[in-house]
Design a protein around this ligand. Structure first.
Ligand code: NAD
Length: 511
């Protein structure tokens, strides 16, 4: 291919991909066009995997499993340690590539790569801690225990908005657990996936003895994803994306009794209680609602403010919405970059139209002119004051819209928090320990994440990440999420010369 003009974004992407070690043939001349949301410009033309190629890749991964499962776990951890080193070396370039392909501001692009490094460190430690239990048995001269074994090929389907971190949450754990990984990234972000696999190839080369097929990459849209969903050689599938995607994928996995880790949509809320530190709340709410241009699964989408502090907080928040710097993420000082594409913009405008039809007061939400050409979609984040918890507030719109309501009683606010399909993340701002504990209790937030005095977004990798209800129930990253990538065996060992049966059952064959 001809080299893109030196002043173009495509040129910058080409230079980055070259530095990261991606062969040009992997991102030129193909039929999957990739556009940067920063300008709308085409930055890659990626050849897609045919179904036959995808099936062959799954076959290689399955063959790799038969070897990798017998490599001792701490040795498997060594590969992940090397991966962490390679990611550290590539952090600046990969972070910038995330910015150019997804439109995140640089600190968020770099933050995503840091998250990859963090999960590698976590997984290296984990490779010596895949503990089973010793269990008391009712029979003398017996011992009972649990052991954990590699499960099989791990399929990973990712969403556009965390194009590199989600792969690593799964891959770092799967590798130490003994599972090869076959990834199908979002069709909107294949370039970062190509870069990640180039980085991983360097770690594999340094490791030396890894079987071929340990880390496979499939490029394509839904059809390629469905192949991963339906292939019996894929033992566990981690699928990140919308709840609509999960509704299609979940039953297909269930039909073949495969294990699924579903990480789906969110419609996250925060409560600001009368005792809240309003300065702190303002900062936490602004980042959670407007960061990543409202395109995080954990983005704050609904805000319930106690009547007694509403007038002290909400006008300040509206003022922040008015002045937050929206623009090209490469421009220093920008806090809100572009929406991913035209569809996201249209969805946002449709939700605002519905809000106006409900007599809501809409602040912002309009397209910001003069940042880039017609093919890029920059919006002023929208704050929508609603009188009732209803309409578009009940559903995730993947754009920066924050619905704000007054509440009188904490019971109402918690009921609203829980009154949506999604159950990912939530938070309360309060200095009242009773309110904080109630929010985190069995009668509080029904989400997988419930925070106090921080917003619902920006999780660390040490905790298990995921949510309930239409968020899919999956857990990734820290805590004991690794168990989803392994199979558990319960072992009973008789070291006596007698054969007592459990529950006192007698079965005397008279010999
Ligand atoms: P999306 O659902 O459009 O696509 C996600 C991925 O699923 C893509 O790779 C796509 O090709 C694939 N896909 C779609 N339908 C499929 C099918 N029927 N079979 C197999 N694969 C299929 O989501 P998106 O627009 O890329 O991402 C935004 C959504 O993802 C939001 O809803 C957001 O909340 C969610 N998300 C959730 C998490 C989480 O951890 N819970 C993290 C990031 C994003």
């Amino acid at each position: 291919m001809s080299t893109p003009p030196a002043t173009s974004l495509a040129h910058d992407v080409d230079q980055l991909l070259q530095r990261l070690g991606v062969p040009r043939a992997a991102y030129t001349g193909g039929d999957l066009l990739v556009h940067s949301p920063i300008t709308g410009e085409a930055i890659g033309a990626v050849p897609q995997s045919t179904l036959a190629e995808a099936s062959a890749a799954i076959g290689r991964a399955h063959a790799a499993f038969l070897v990798w499962r017998s490599v001792p776990a701490p040795r498997r951890g060594e590969l992940v340690r090397l991966l962490g080193e390679e990611l550290r070396a590539a952090k600046a370039d990969l972070g910038l590539l995330v910015t150019l392909e997804v439109g995140k501001i640089p600190s968020e692009g770099l933050g995503e790569v840091q998250e990859m490094i963090d999960i590698c460190d976590f997984a290296v430690g984990l490779s010596r801690q895949l503990y089973g239990l010793g269990i008391a048995t009712e029979r003398p001269g017996h011992r009972m225990m649990e052991t954990w074994h590699p499960l099989g090929v791990c399929g990973v389907i990712t969403a556009f908005n965390f194009p590199v971190a989600v792969w690593s949450w799964n891959a770092a754990l799967a590798l130490v657990c003994g599972d090869p990984v076959v990834c199908k990234p979002s069709e909107k972000t294949p370039l970062t996936a190509l870069a990640v696999h180039a980085i991983a190839r360097r770690a594999l080369a340094r490791f030396g003895a890894a079987p071929e097929g340990l880390l496979e990459l499939l490029i394509g849209a839904r059809a390629v994803g469905q192949l991963l969903v339906d292939d019996a050689r894929v033992a566990v599938l981690s699928a990140t994306g919308s709840s609509a995607m999960g509704r299609a994928v979940g039953p297909r996995l269930a039909a073949r009794f495969a294990r699924g880790i579903l990480e789906l949509g969110g419609n996250n809320a925060a409560i600001v209680a009368p005792s809240a530190d309003l300065d702190l709340a303002l900062r936490g709410l602004a980042f959670s609602a407007m960061g990543t241009a409202g395109q995080r699964c954990t983005t704050l989408r609904r805000l319930f403010v106690h009547d007694s502090v509403y007038d002290a907080l909400v006008p300040r928040l509206i003022a922040v919405y008015d002045r937050v710097p929206v623009g090209d993420p490469r421009t220093p000082g920008t806090l809100v970059g572009p929406l991913i594409d035209r569809t996201a913009f249209d969805d946002m405008q449709a939700a605002l139209l519905q809000s106006r039809a409900l007599n809501a007061t809409v602040h912002g939400g309009h397209r910001e002119a003069g940042i880039a050409g017609d093919a890029a979609y920059y919006v002023r984040p929208a704050l929508v004051e609603l009188a009732q918890h209803m309409g578009p507030a009940l559903h995730e719109t993947f754009a920066p819209i924050l619905y704000v309501l007054r509440y009188q009683s904490l019971d109402d606010a918690i009921a609203w928090n829980n009154a949506v399909g999604a159950g990912l993340s939530s938070s309360i701002f309060t200095l009242d320990v009773r309110e904080a504990e109630r929010f985190m209790s069995a009668t509080g937030s029904d989400c997988g994440i419930a925070n106090v005095n921080i917003g619902p977004s920006g999780a660390e990798i040490g905790g298990a990440f995921g949510g309930e209800k239409e968020t899919g129930g999956g857990r990734e990253a820290g805590s004991d999420s690794w168990k989803a990538y392994m199979r558990r065996a319960t072992n009973t060992i008789n070291y006596s010369s007698a054969l007592p049966l459990a529950q006192g059952v007698a079965f005397d064959i008279g010999d």
